[in-house]
Design a protein around this ligand. Structure first.
Ligand SMILES: [Zn+2]
Length: 305
């Protein structure tokens, strides 16, 4: 673990992974330094000289100020010769602090999106049912059928508050963010750290979705997963098939798409693994073949005429 040690100046090397980056931030003077440089970058982007920075942060004791500056230097800020500016990591941290990403807020919902009786399902005797509901809690919009969570996506508190905590607006935001996240994962890019993503098909009869996929980032670990049909929704053949029949799958929430359901999925082949998702609209059918990484490997239109 020698490569994680700080050098003789008390700074971690540029390529070292910090053991605890938040330790460097756990001080009001250092946070004020970050805030000051962040506000500067929001404006004219010019770096701030040492004396101007110390003056704005308001620390009279030079030795004390220098000490705090050193704790941030190289990782969260840098002196580029013309003065101090935030590094990319410093800017990201300051941005997250600025948007109050961790503030607590009210929950919202649950609201019923689709009555269970419309799907022909039978209510339990205790009143539980198979209704599709949405709830916003702990900064996450969750879509549930009965007690099972079918999908979940974070919406930051500032975004929720900005939209008046209205569930319709939260669902629109969650749906759009979900689409972007899925596209990123299917392109093999981790939406958090941008490292590569591996995807694997998972067939589990006891799960909320029997036919699903799991995505794992090679650097930051499990990213969650979704129903396999979601992997088909972003394919151009599916987008155009649905568009020609009046359905824009690029904006329609996935929980409103009838083929995002296990009833639309069949195992077409075991060796090699092929799943078939049937996208059916207006009596026409588009068959989409997925492999074990949920990549689309073939499509076939079966039209009624
Ligand atoms: Zn990652």
């Amino acid at each position: 673990m020698t490569n994680r040690r700080a050098d003789s100046n008390g700074r971690a090397g540029a390529n070292d992974r910090p053991a605890d980056p938040f330790k460097a931030l756990g001080n009001e003077t250092r946070l004020e330094i970050l805030r000051t440089l962040y506000e500067r970058m929001q404006g004219d982007e010019a770096p701030l000289s040492y004396s101007a920075l110390r003056d704005r942060v308001g620390v009279a004791d030079k030795g004390n100020f220098n000490y705090h500056l050193r704790q941030l230097d190289g990782r969260f800020l840098e002196d580029d010769g013309d003065g101090y500016r935030l590094t990319f990591a410093g800017f990201e941290i300051a941005k997250v602090i600025d948007v109050d990403a961790w503030r607590s807020h009210e929950a919202c919902g649950p609201v019923v999106l689709e009555d269970g009786s419309e799907r022909g399902t039978v209510c339990d005797s205790d009143g539980g049912d198979e209704s599709l509901t949405a709830v916003y809690e702990d900064s996450v919009v969750k879509i549930r059928r009965g007690d099972e969570t079918l999908s979940a996506h974070a919406v930051r508190p500032a975004g929720a508050t900005d939209r008046g905590m209205a569930m319709d607006a939260l669902l629109d935001v969650a749906s759009t963010l979900w689409q972007h996240t899925i596209e990123s994962i299917l392109e093999g890019i981790c939406p958090y750290c941008h490292a590569t993503v591996e995807r694997r098909l998972a067939i589990d009869e006891s799960s909320a979705w029997v036919h699903s996929f799991r995505a794992t980032c090679t650097t930051c670990g499990p990213l969650g997963g979704s129903h396999v049909a979601i992997a088909a929704v972003v394919h151009p053949a599916v987008i155009s098939f649905c568009w020609e029949r009046g359905v824009d799958v690029t904006t329609r929430p996935h929980w409103e798409l009838p083929f995002v359901d296990d009833a639309a999925v069949t195992v077409a082949s075991e060796e090699p693994t092929r799943l078939r998702v049937d996208v059916e609209l207006e009596g026409d059918r588009l068959e989409v073949l997925l492999d074990e990484t949920v990549s689309v490997v073939g499509t076939n239109r079966r039209e009624k005429r």
